[in-house]
Design a protein around this ligand. Structure first.
Ligand code: ATP
Length: 321
Protein backbone atom coordinates (compact mmCIF):
# COMPACT_ATOMS: atom_id res chain seq x y z
CA UNK A 1 0.00 0.00 0.00
CA UNK A 2 1.41 3.45 -0.90
CA UNK A 3 1.30 5.79 2.10
CA UNK A 4 -1.24 8.59 1.73
CA UNK A 5 -0.40 12.03 3.03
CA UNK A 6 -2.53 13.92 5.50
CA UNK A 7 -1.56 17.62 5.56
CA UNK A 8 1.24 17.99 8.16
CA UNK A 9 1.33 21.04 10.39
CA UNK A 10 3.97 23.55 9.26
CA UNK A 11 7.34 22.87 10.90
CA UNK A 12 6.29 19.61 12.61
CA UNK A 13 8.37 16.45 12.16
CA UNK A 14 6.51 13.92 10.08
CA UNK A 15 5.57 10.58 11.45
CA UNK A 16 4.17 7.56 9.62
CA UNK A 17 1.57 5.18 11.02
CA UNK A 18 0.84 1.77 9.55
CA UNK A 19 -2.27 0.10 10.93
CA UNK A 20 -2.64 -3.69 10.64
CA UNK A 21 -5.52 -6.00 11.57
CA UNK A 22 -4.86 -9.64 12.44
CA UNK A 23 -7.41 -12.31 13.43
CA UNK A 24 -7.79 -14.50 16.49
CA UNK A 25 -8.20 -18.22 15.91
CA UNK A 26 -10.09 -21.23 17.10
CA UNK A 27 -8.97 -24.84 16.64
CA UNK A 28 -11.71 -27.12 15.32
CA UNK A 29 -9.45 -30.11 15.79
CA UNK A 30 -6.53 -30.37 18.18
CA UNK A 31 -4.57 -33.59 18.76
CA UNK A 32 -1.63 -33.57 21.14
CA UNK A 33 1.24 -36.07 20.92
CA UNK A 34 3.77 -37.05 23.56
CA UNK A 35 5.95 -34.55 25.44
CA UNK A 36 9.15 -34.04 23.41
CA UNK A 37 12.65 -33.72 24.90
CA UNK A 38 12.59 -29.95 24.11
CA UNK A 39 9.58 -29.52 26.43
CA UNK A 40 7.05 -28.96 23.61
CA UNK A 41 4.38 -31.34 22.31
CA UNK A 42 3.86 -32.18 18.68
CA UNK A 43 0.34 -31.38 17.62
CA UNK A 44 -1.95 -31.88 14.66
CA UNK A 45 -4.42 -29.06 14.53
CA UNK A 46 -6.95 -27.42 12.23
CA UNK A 47 -6.99 -23.65 12.65
CA UNK A 48 -9.80 -21.34 11.63
CA UNK A 49 -9.31 -17.57 11.64
CA UNK A 50 -12.38 -15.84 13.10
CA UNK A 51 -13.75 -12.32 12.73
CA UNK A 52 -12.44 -11.09 16.09
CA UNK A 53 -9.43 -8.94 15.26
CA UNK A 54 -6.50 -7.42 17.06
CA UNK A 55 -5.30 -4.13 15.62
CA UNK A 56 -1.78 -2.74 15.86
CA UNK A 57 -1.00 0.87 14.90
CA UNK A 58 2.78 1.16 14.43
CA UNK A 59 4.07 4.76 14.37
CA UNK A 60 7.61 5.96 13.73
CA UNK A 61 9.27 7.85 16.58
CA UNK A 62 12.54 9.78 16.81
CA UNK A 63 13.87 8.27 20.03
CA UNK A 64 15.04 4.96 18.57
CA UNK A 65 12.98 3.03 21.16
CA UNK A 66 10.41 0.27 20.73
CA UNK A 67 7.43 0.98 22.99
CA UNK A 68 3.91 -0.38 23.34
CA UNK A 69 0.60 0.77 24.79
CA UNK A 70 -2.92 -0.53 25.04
CA UNK A 71 -5.57 1.52 23.24
CA UNK A 72 -8.31 2.89 25.52
CA UNK A 73 -11.49 0.84 25.33
CA UNK A 74 -9.61 -2.42 24.71
CA UNK A 75 -11.10 -5.57 26.15
CA UNK A 76 -8.14 -6.34 28.42
CA UNK A 77 -6.18 -4.30 30.90
CA UNK A 78 -3.39 -6.73 31.82
CA UNK A 79 -1.24 -6.89 28.71
CA UNK A 80 2.48 -6.73 29.52
CA UNK A 81 4.03 -3.43 28.39
CA UNK A 82 7.68 -4.52 28.61
CA UNK A 83 10.05 -6.61 26.50
CA UNK A 84 7.94 -9.72 27.16
CA UNK A 85 5.16 -8.35 24.96
CA UNK A 86 5.06 -10.49 21.82
CA UNK A 87 4.49 -7.41 19.66
CA UNK A 88 7.64 -5.76 21.07
CA UNK A 89 9.57 -8.96 20.39
CA UNK A 90 8.25 -8.97 16.81
CA UNK A 91 9.31 -5.33 16.28
CA UNK A 92 12.75 -6.10 17.69
CA UNK A 93 13.22 -8.99 15.27
CA UNK A 94 12.20 -6.77 12.35
CA UNK A 95 14.50 -3.96 13.52
CA UNK A 96 17.45 -6.37 13.45
CA UNK A 97 16.67 -7.14 9.80
CA UNK A 98 15.93 -3.62 8.61
CA UNK A 99 18.71 -1.36 7.42
CA UNK A 100 17.47 1.89 8.91
CA UNK A 101 14.82 1.20 11.51
CA UNK A 102 13.41 4.26 13.28
CA UNK A 103 11.98 4.04 16.77
CA UNK A 104 8.45 2.69 16.78
CA UNK A 105 5.46 2.97 19.07
CA UNK A 106 2.93 0.14 18.91
CA UNK A 107 -0.60 0.92 20.00
CA UNK A 108 -2.59 -2.30 20.38
CA UNK A 109 -6.37 -2.49 20.27
CA UNK A 110 -7.18 -5.73 22.10
CA UNK A 111 -10.37 -7.56 21.28
CA UNK A 112 -9.15 -11.15 21.69
CA UNK A 113 -9.14 -12.19 25.36
CA UNK A 114 -5.69 -12.42 26.98
CA UNK A 115 -4.63 -16.01 27.72
CA UNK A 116 -7.95 -17.05 26.20
CA UNK A 117 -6.76 -19.83 23.86
CA UNK A 118 -7.46 -17.69 20.79
CA UNK A 119 -3.91 -16.62 19.96
CA UNK A 120 -4.38 -12.92 20.74
CA UNK A 121 -0.73 -12.21 21.53
CA UNK A 122 0.21 -14.15 18.41
CA UNK A 123 -2.11 -11.94 16.34
CA UNK A 124 -0.39 -8.85 17.80
CA UNK A 125 2.99 -10.29 16.80
CA UNK A 126 1.81 -11.13 13.27
CA UNK A 127 0.32 -7.65 12.84
CA UNK A 128 3.53 -6.04 14.10
CA UNK A 129 5.73 -8.01 11.69
CA UNK A 130 3.64 -6.80 8.76
CA UNK A 131 3.44 -3.20 10.04
CA UNK A 132 7.20 -2.91 10.67
CA UNK A 133 8.00 -4.50 7.32
CA UNK A 134 6.01 -1.68 5.68
CA UNK A 135 7.23 1.07 8.04
CA UNK A 136 10.91 0.27 7.53
CA UNK A 137 10.67 -0.83 3.88
CA UNK A 138 12.18 -4.19 4.78
CA UNK A 139 10.59 -5.78 1.71
CA UNK A 140 10.32 -9.27 3.20
CA UNK A 141 8.30 -11.90 1.35
CA UNK A 142 5.31 -13.63 3.00
CA UNK A 143 7.53 -16.69 3.32
CA UNK A 144 10.28 -14.75 5.12
CA UNK A 145 7.70 -13.16 7.43
CA UNK A 146 6.26 -16.64 8.16
CA UNK A 147 9.74 -17.81 9.10
CA UNK A 148 10.17 -14.94 11.57
CA UNK A 149 6.66 -15.57 12.86
CA UNK A 150 7.55 -19.18 13.74
CA UNK A 151 10.51 -17.90 15.80
CA UNK A 152 8.06 -15.85 17.88
CA UNK A 153 5.52 -18.57 18.66
CA UNK A 154 3.61 -21.58 17.35
CA UNK A 155 0.41 -19.63 16.54
CA UNK A 156 2.03 -16.55 14.96
CA UNK A 157 2.40 -17.99 11.42
CA UNK A 158 -1.30 -18.83 11.30
CA UNK A 159 -2.41 -15.31 12.22
CA UNK A 160 -0.27 -14.05 9.34
CA UNK A 161 -1.81 -16.58 6.94
CA UNK A 162 -5.46 -16.58 8.09
CA UNK A 163 -8.26 -18.60 6.47
CA UNK A 164 -8.23 -22.28 7.46
CA UNK A 165 -5.11 -24.39 7.80
CA UNK A 166 -3.68 -27.63 9.10
CA UNK A 167 -0.89 -27.04 11.63
CA UNK A 168 1.69 -29.75 12.32
CA UNK A 169 4.98 -29.65 14.27
CA UNK A 170 4.15 -27.40 17.22
CA UNK A 171 1.35 -25.92 15.10
CA UNK A 172 3.65 -23.75 13.00
CA UNK A 173 4.02 -26.02 9.93
CA UNK A 174 1.01 -24.85 8.00
CA UNK A 175 -0.85 -26.20 5.00
CA UNK A 176 -3.81 -24.09 3.88
CA UNK A 177 -7.15 -25.93 3.93
CA UNK A 178 -10.13 -25.20 1.69
CA UNK A 179 -13.05 -23.59 3.47
CA UNK A 180 -14.95 -21.57 0.85
CA UNK A 181 -18.21 -21.09 2.78
CA UNK A 182 -18.73 -19.10 5.99
CA UNK A 183 -19.31 -20.89 9.28
CA UNK A 184 -20.94 -19.11 12.20
CA UNK A 185 -19.86 -19.37 15.81
CA UNK A 186 -20.79 -17.97 19.19
CA UNK A 187 -17.81 -17.35 21.43
CA UNK A 188 -18.12 -17.27 25.19
CA UNK A 189 -15.36 -14.96 26.36
CA UNK A 190 -13.93 -15.71 29.77
CA UNK A 191 -13.24 -13.21 32.55
CA UNK A 192 -10.10 -15.14 33.51
CA UNK A 193 -7.14 -16.61 31.63
CA UNK A 194 -5.45 -20.01 31.45
CA UNK A 195 -1.73 -20.29 30.81
CA UNK A 196 -1.04 -22.52 27.79
CA UNK A 197 1.99 -24.33 29.35
CA UNK A 198 -0.07 -25.03 32.50
CA UNK A 199 -2.85 -26.62 30.43
CA UNK A 200 -0.38 -28.82 28.52
CA UNK A 201 1.22 -29.86 31.85
CA UNK A 202 -2.23 -30.76 33.23
CA UNK A 203 -2.86 -32.92 30.15
CA UNK A 204 0.46 -34.73 30.74
CA UNK A 205 -0.56 -35.43 34.34
CA UNK A 206 -3.99 -36.75 33.30
CA UNK A 207 -2.34 -39.03 30.73
CA UNK A 208 0.31 -40.33 33.14
CA UNK A 209 -2.33 -41.03 35.81
CA UNK A 210 -4.44 -43.04 33.36
CA UNK A 211 -1.47 -44.81 31.76
CA UNK A 212 -2.33 -43.38 28.33
CA UNK A 213 0.62 -43.11 25.96
CA UNK A 214 -0.23 -40.89 23.01
CA UNK A 215 1.06 -41.61 19.51
CA UNK A 216 2.67 -38.93 17.34
CA UNK A 217 -0.24 -37.06 15.75
CA UNK A 218 0.56 -37.27 12.08
CA UNK A 219 -2.62 -36.52 10.26
CA UNK A 220 -5.97 -34.85 10.49
CA UNK A 221 -9.28 -36.71 10.40
CA UNK A 222 -10.33 -36.33 6.72
CA UNK A 223 -13.95 -35.83 7.87
CA UNK A 224 -12.94 -32.43 9.34
CA UNK A 225 -11.44 -31.29 6.04
CA UNK A 226 -14.44 -32.61 4.05
CA UNK A 227 -16.85 -30.71 6.31
CA UNK A 228 -14.84 -27.48 5.97
CA UNK A 229 -14.64 -27.83 2.19
CA UNK A 230 -18.40 -28.38 1.99
CA UNK A 231 -19.11 -25.58 4.51
CA UNK A 232 -21.31 -28.18 6.22
CA UNK A 233 -21.79 -27.03 9.84
CA UNK A 234 -23.74 -30.18 10.85
CA UNK A 235 -20.99 -32.45 9.54
CA UNK A 236 -18.30 -30.32 11.19
CA UNK A 237 -20.21 -30.47 14.48
CA UNK A 238 -19.72 -34.25 14.55
CA UNK A 239 -15.95 -33.90 14.22
CA UNK A 240 -15.02 -31.07 16.65
CA UNK A 241 -12.27 -32.40 18.88
CA UNK A 242 -9.77 -30.94 21.37
CA UNK A 243 -7.34 -33.13 23.34
CA UNK A 244 -6.70 -30.17 25.69
CA UNK A 245 -10.35 -29.87 26.73
CA UNK A 246 -10.19 -32.33 29.69
CA UNK A 247 -7.11 -30.49 30.99
CA UNK A 248 -8.74 -27.06 30.61
CA UNK A 249 -11.91 -28.23 32.39
CA UNK A 250 -9.83 -29.85 35.14
CA UNK A 251 -8.14 -26.47 35.77
CA UNK A 252 -11.32 -24.43 35.32
CA UNK A 253 -14.33 -26.63 36.26
CA UNK A 254 -16.76 -23.77 35.53
CA UNK A 255 -16.13 -24.47 31.83
CA UNK A 256 -18.24 -27.63 32.16
CA UNK A 257 -21.31 -25.43 32.78
CA UNK A 258 -20.54 -23.34 29.70
CA UNK A 259 -20.16 -26.46 27.55
CA UNK A 260 -23.50 -27.72 28.88
CA UNK A 261 -25.13 -24.36 28.14
CA UNK A 262 -24.08 -24.86 24.50
CA UNK A 263 -26.07 -28.08 24.15
CA UNK A 264 -28.96 -26.81 26.29
CA UNK A 265 -29.37 -23.70 24.10
CA UNK A 266 -29.16 -25.66 20.83
CA UNK A 267 -25.59 -25.13 19.55
CA UNK A 268 -24.66 -27.77 16.94
CA UNK A 269 -21.57 -28.53 19.00
CA UNK A 270 -19.43 -26.81 21.61
CA UNK A 271 -15.69 -26.93 22.18
CA UNK A 272 -12.99 -25.27 24.28
CA UNK A 273 -10.78 -23.22 21.95
CA UNK A 274 -7.11 -24.30 22.04
CA UNK A 275 -5.91 -24.24 25.65
CA UNK A 276 -9.06 -22.33 26.70
CA UNK A 277 -10.84 -20.88 28.50
CA UNK A 278 -12.72 -19.36 25.52
CA UNK A 279 -15.54 -21.67 24.44
CA UNK A 280 -16.70 -21.82 20.80
CA UNK A 281 -20.25 -22.90 19.94
CA UNK A 282 -20.97 -23.88 16.34
CA UNK A 283 -24.20 -22.43 14.96
CA UNK A 284 -26.17 -23.33 11.83
CA UNK A 285 -26.45 -19.71 10.58
CA UNK A 286 -25.67 -16.12 11.54
CA UNK A 287 -29.12 -15.67 13.08
CA UNK A 288 -28.67 -18.89 15.06
CA UNK A 289 -25.32 -17.58 16.37
CA UNK A 290 -27.03 -14.31 17.42
CA UNK A 291 -29.84 -16.23 19.16
CA UNK A 292 -27.21 -18.12 21.14
CA UNK A 293 -25.56 -14.81 22.08
CA UNK A 294 -28.90 -13.58 23.47
CA UNK A 295 -29.53 -16.77 25.46
CA UNK A 296 -26.00 -16.71 26.89
CA UNK A 297 -26.20 -13.00 27.73
CA UNK A 298 -29.45 -13.68 29.64
CA UNK A 299 -27.51 -16.32 31.58
CA UNK A 300 -24.86 -13.72 32.44
CA UNK A 301 -22.18 -14.76 29.95
CA UNK A 302 -20.10 -12.43 27.79
CA UNK A 303 -20.79 -13.90 24.34
CA UNK A 304 -20.42 -12.68 20.78
CA UNK A 305 -21.10 -13.96 17.27
CA UNK A 306 -18.26 -14.34 14.77
CA UNK A 307 -17.77 -15.99 11.40
CA UNK A 308 -14.93 -17.89 9.81
CA UNK A 309 -12.75 -18.17 7.87
CA UNK A 310 -11.39 -14.62 7.52
CA UNK A 311 -8.20 -13.15 6.07
CA UNK A 312 -4.85 -13.15 7.85
CA UNK A 313 -2.87 -10.06 8.92
CA UNK A 314 -3.62 -7.19 6.57
CA UNK A 315 -2.61 -3.52 6.31
CA UNK A 316 -5.72 -1.35 6.72
CA UNK A 317 -4.10 2.09 6.47
CA UNK A 318 -0.72 3.71 5.94
CA UNK A 319 -0.58 7.44 6.70
CA UNK A 320 2.09 10.10 6.87
CA UNK A 321 1.08 12.85 9.29
P1 ATP B 1 -2.22 -19.27 22.57
O1 ATP B 1 -3.60 -19.78 22.32
O2 ATP B 1 -1.52 -18.75 21.35
O3 ATP B 1 -1.35 -20.18 23.38
P2 ATP B 1 -3.47 -17.34 24.25
O4 ATP B 1 -4.38 -16.73 23.25
O5 ATP B 1 -4.07 -18.30 25.20
O6 ATP B 1 -2.28 -18.00 23.49
P3 ATP B 1 -2.25 -14.78 24.70
O7 ATP B 1 -3.33 -13.79 24.93
O8 ATP B 1 -1.61 -14.77 23.37
O9 ATP B 1 -2.76 -16.24 25.08
O10 ATP B 1 -1.15 -14.50 25.83
C1 ATP B 1 -0.55 -15.45 26.66
C2 ATP B 1 0.40 -14.72 27.64
O11 ATP B 1 1.39 -14.02 26.90
C3 ATP B 1 -0.32 -13.70 28.48
O12 ATP B 1 -0.55 -14.23 29.75
C4 ATP B 1 0.60 -12.49 28.52
O13 ATP B 1 1.22 -12.32 29.77
C5 ATP B 1 1.67 -12.74 27.48
N1 ATP B 1 1.68 -11.75 26.37
C6 ATP B 1 2.75 -11.27 25.76
N2 ATP B 1 2.42 -10.41 24.77
C7 ATP B 1 1.10 -10.33 24.75
C8 ATP B 1 0.17 -9.60 23.94
N3 ATP B 1 0.57 -8.78 22.98
N4 ATP B 1 -1.13 -9.80 24.19
C9 ATP B 1 -1.53 -10.64 25.16
N5 ATP B 1 -0.70 -11.33 25.95
C10 ATP B 1 0.61 -11.20 25.77
Amino acid sequence: MTPSRATPEAGSARSRTVRVKAPGKINVSFSVGPLRPDGYHSVASVYLAVSLYEEVAASTTNDGEITVSLRKGSLAQEMPLDESNLAVRAARLMAELSEQPSGVHLEITKRVPIAGGMGGGSADAAATLLACDALWNAGLSREELAHLAAELGADVPFSLLGGAAIGLGVGDQLTPALAPNPLHWTLVLPDFGLSTPTVFAALDRIRIASGFEPAEPEQIDPAVLRALRAGDAEALADTLHNDLQPAATRLAPQLVDVLEQGSEYGALSTIVSGSGPTVAMLASSESHALELVDRLAEAGQHALAVHSPVHGAKIVSDLIH
